[in-house]
Design a protein around this ligand. Structure first.
Ligand code: PLP
Length: 271
């Protein structure tokens, strides 16, 4: 039976991977959705083994498992927004795309998760092609970071101009809107292996919604741990959309939420 809370609050479905250390993945999604006073339901695509520093592997779910989880949820809940995170295999991507069509679910926010912060591969190579052709068309907003946007658009991003070009190309693949995250946080010295791109240092996030482009410029924040910020941001956008906000407003509010959460976390982002 649907809980009383779920009847009062818009219901957001998170389809994502499980990170047992709770920094990222479905725990971060659920935490965010509840903090933003929406009701969370969730389906797990993969059980990963990781902590703050190390990614030790995963057991991915099958199409059957994902289908069974989602069909149980939609049978008794009115889903207002869907946030999609880790999709590890071509089989799981295909099944999620099929479930979205079959149950007429809103394809609200997709975070194209490809790699964990500790370097673990979260999406197979052959899953990427299926992701682009079967899931991307119809997405309300996709939220790649710079490496993900470069892969989707097939070009290098070094400045705001190339960020705009990449966003336009990704929209051509079928997403209605693209939010490219140029970096809303600065990692501790030594945490980055490469010098960040110019847009990264300036912490610009660029939203292209049906051709209307908005650049959000934020201040860098020194944070000991930035894992899970992509999960939080995409879940927070889904909550804004679930409440009926227009996309630009949902993105602005979600960025604010992530920034405040980082500022308030002394040691770990989820404390
Ligand atoms: N989903 C899972 C299961 C993960 O393990 C990770 C990163 O480790 C992510 C998503 C992406 O996390 P972030 O929010 O740091 O991009």
């Amino acid at each position: 039976m649907t809980s009383e809370l779920q009847q009062q609050q818009p219901i957001v479905l998170a389809i994502a991977g499980f990170d047992p250390s709770a920094g990222a993945g479905i725990i971060a999604d659920i935490r965010t959705i509840q903090q933003l006073r929406c009701a969370a339901v969730a389906a797990i695509t993969s059980i990963t083994y990781q902590n703050e520093r190390t990614y030790a592997g995963a057991i991915h779910q099958t199409a059957e498992s994902v289908r069974a989880q989602v069909s149980g949820i939609v049978a008794e809940n009115r889903i207002v927004a869907v946030k999609i995170g880790m999709l590890p295999t071509a089989e799981v991507v295909r099944e999620v795309a099929q479930l979205i069509r079959e149950f007429n679910l809103p394809l609200s926010v997709v975070d194209p998760v490809m790699q964990s912060t500790s370097g673990g591969k979260l999406m197979d190579d052959d899953a990427f092609a299926v992701f682009v052709t079967e899931l991307l068309p119809g997405v309300r907003v996709i939220t790649p970071n710079i490496p993900e946007a470069e892969k989707l658009a097939g070009l290098n991003i070094r400045d705001e101009d190339s960020m705009r070009q990449a966003a336009a190309r990704i929209r051509e693949l079928g997403a209605r809107a693209v939010l490219i995250k140029g970096g809303h946080v600065k990692q501790e010295a030594g945490a980055r292996r490469q010098e960040p791109a110019e847009v990264n240092r300036k912490a610009i996030d660029l939203l292209d919604d049906d051709g209307e482009v908005t650049a959000f410029q934020g201040n860098w924040i020194d944070a000991p741990n930035t894992r899970g910020t992509g999960c939080m941001l995409s879940s927070a956008i889904a909550c804004g959309l679930a409440r009926g906000d227009e996309l630009k407003r949902a993105v602005a509010a979600a960025k604010e939420f992530v920034t405040e959460t980082i500022k308030n976390s002394k040691f770990r982002i989820h404390n």
